[in-house]
Design a protein around this ligand. Structure first.
Ligand SMILES: Cc1ncc(COP(=O)(O)O)c(C=O)c1O
Length: 622
């Protein structure tokens, strides 16, 4: 279980001994692999459950400031006197953001993931990481006594009982940090170069500081060209090799879900749910929800204009919340139905007695925009909204929400989009597309857990709905939104652990980036569809309309074929496939969303082929 969720990285230094190589970049931006050291460190921190990273900047701080734009969970704070002050003043500068126990790291470290995992797993609240002998040349030796750190020095002779060499990664409790920041102003008056290591020793009489030594840890701090060369030639390749061998847990079997959600999750998302019990009415939980709300909006680029309203519910719940909360009593909604989820919106409206005009299309066929425009023209007096599904999961068709929304805009009709299966898998620019309400769910392409869904609402439109006499209670969009805005608490009991998992999943999304996630999914889809085609399977939807995250495959007519038998055969081998859903022809479905890879798809195709051959199923048309 990973307890500590905050990290502070000290990145203010000048890096003067590496000036030639650095070219006006901070040391954290040195590259040994395909991304800067600081980003490698951030990725490791995220993998160990850190959800809030504070970087103290100084020299060329703009580089770090840009990082905080890329990763919403990264914040920067400037030590303006970085050129003349020691590292403790930088750590002191972080105090405005430090609100819990944290991991403290230096920005110029190359280290294996095991370093963080060891500290996170240590039962000790204050714990300094030590290693065996490195021969680095500027080692800091740590002296210990009775399981506690008592002194540190660059001279080996100063140390009576050696615990190991200081790595520069520590776990600091809030209590210890307070002791450190309390004494800093007075110390700084006498010594502007006051270092955080000295401060740790200075407070060690009052607070127990423990240590954990990993004898053969692969790590190096890069201060000069020699270090850089050693890092490049020896340490970095070793770190890469060891990190690739890490299995976070052997207890959870890795299964490949090819059903359209709940999608497969990373182990780190699974473990993010193992948290201390907390009452969701505590400010700490409110802060977590607020951060998630903001980032959910950011995923679809709606910052400043949109608000995310989360609900403890499945996807259908938020579709219901939206439709039953936003359509005025004297107005109607035009619902486009080219799959089961479009039809479901009509059923929800029937349940609430909300007037709706239906635009029904054969499932698997694209929307005819001219027909939609004609309906809008015909019913413009009655309509307040148009509702459609972005990625119709019934058949894997991608509807053109931007064109529909532009047409709706001509009639002053607001747009409701069910993006439950596409959110975070297919890029959406909510402002550019002119969408007023967009529904998403935590368990599909954002790769979190089931039980939490959300509506991303244009703030102006949401505010207008407060005039509508509620038809609902639990699902009232405006009430849920305003309750949270006023109290910093969810109105009804939230699925606490699922929120922590979503926090982790969102961080992993930003780490992967929007483009790379789309690319990973699209590549898996290409491998899948090519493989299926080679075997002789046929697809329901024309290629140009398919969304690249789910494929509806026409069932073979061969008498040897049985979906349930094929399902069981694959399930036993670790792959879950999905039946079809009432389209014009019988289908089964394979989704390629979630924490899976092209290798999984290739392996799946191998097993599918085995089944087809074994059962002698005829797929190609004679
Ligand atoms: C587009 C779409 N809308 C709505 C839903 C319903 O979500 P849930 O099954 O979580 O209620 C799904 C589920 O797959 C979906 O794909």
């Amino acid at each position: 279980m990973f307890n500590v969720r905050q990290a502070v990285i000290l990145g203010a230094g000048l890096g003067s001994r590496l000036r030639g190589t650095l070219d006006d970049r901070p040391k954290g931006f040195l590259k040994l692999g395909n991304r800067p050291l600081i980003e490698e460190s951030i990725a490791k921190l995220v993998r160990t459950g850190i959800t809030d990273i504070v970087i103290v900047t100084g020299y060329c701080h703009e580089f770090y400031d840009q990082l905080s734009e890329k990763y919403p969970f990264v914040r920067t704070v400037l030590n303006p006197d970085f050129a003349t002050t020691g590292s403790m003043l930088s750590l002191y500068a972080a105090s405005q953001y430090v609100n819990s126990d944290f991991l403290l790291l230096e920005s110029d470290l190359v280290y294996e993931y095991n370093a963080l995992q060891t500290l996170q797993n240590s039962p000790k609240n204050n714990c300094i990481l030590l290693s065996g002998k490195t021969g680095a040349g500027d080692e800091v030796y740590v002296g210990i006594s009775d399981d506690r750190v008592v002194n540190m020095s660059k001279r080996r002779d100063d140390i009576k009982c050696l615990g190991g060499e200081l790595v520069g990664i520590s776990k600091i409790s809030l209590e210890l940090y307070k002791h450190m920041t309390d004494i800093t102003p007075a110390k700084y008056k006498h010594n502007s170069q006051y270092q955080y290591e000295d401060c740790l020793v200075d407070v060690s009489d009052n607070v127990a500081i423990h240590y954990q030594c990993i004898d053969n840890l692969a790590w190096i701090e890069i201060d000069d060209e020699n270090h850089l060369n050693k890092a490049r030639e020896k340490i970095y390749p070793l770190v890469e090799q060891r990190d690739s061998e890490i299995i976070i847990s052997k207890k959870v079997e890795r299964l490949v879900l090819l059903n359209p959600g709940p999608a497969a999750t990373t182990d780190t998302v699974k473990y993010a749910m193992v948290v201390n019990d907390i009452c969701p009415r505590e400010k700490e939980f409110g802060d977590l929800v607020e951060g998630i709300r903001q980032d959910l909006v950011k995923v679809v680029h709606g910052e400043g204009m949109y608000e995310a309203v989360p609900f403890a519910s499945s996807g259908t719940g938020v579709v219901e919340a939206c439709l039953s909360s936003v359509v005025p009593h004297d107005k109607a909604v035009l619902i486009i139905n080219n799959g089961a989820y479009g039809k479901r919106m009509q059923q929800i409206c029937d349940g609430y007695g909300i007037s709706h005009i239906d635009c029904n299309i054969d499932w698997g066929k694209p929307i005819d925009c001219n027909h939609v425009e004609a309906l809008l023209e015909q019913y413009k007096q009655d309509l307040s909204h148009i509702a459609l599904v972005h990625h119709e999961t019934t058949v894997g068709i991608l509807n053109d929400i931007t064109t529909i929304s532009r047409i709706a805009g001509k009639f002053g009709v607001e747009v409701i989009v069910d993006a439950i299966s596409s959110y975070a898998g297919i890029p959406i620019d909510i402002k550019d597309a002119g969408i007023h309400y967009l529904m998403g769910s935590a368990n599909k392409c954002i790769q979190g857990m089931a039980g939490l869904s959300f509506v991303i609402c244009k703030k102006e439109s949401l505010e207008n709905t407060k005039k509508i006499k509620p038809r609902n209670f639990y699902f009232n969009l405006y009430q849920n939104y305003s309750f949270f805005s006023q109290k910093h608490e969810m109105q009804f009991t939230p699925p606490v652990q699922i929120f922590y998992a979503l926090r982790q999943a969102i961080n992993e999304y930003f780490l992967e980036t929007e483009q790379s996630r789309e690319k990973r999914y699209a590549e898996m889809n290409e491998v899948l569809e090519n493989g299926l085609q080679m075997l002789g399977f046929r697809f329901l939807v024309e290629k140009k309309y398919r969304g690249k995250i789910l494929t509806a495959i026409i069932e073979p007519e061969d008498e040897n074929y049985s979906f349930s038998e094929m399902h069981d055969f694959l399930y036993k081998r670790g792959f879950t496939i999905y039946p079809g859903k009432g389209a014009t022809q019988n289908t089964f479905r394979i989704a390629n969303m979630g924490a899976i890879t092209t290798t999984d798809i290739t392996n799946f195709l191998g097993h599918l082929e085995e089944y087809v051959v074994k059962k002698d199923i005829k797929l190609r048309q004679p």
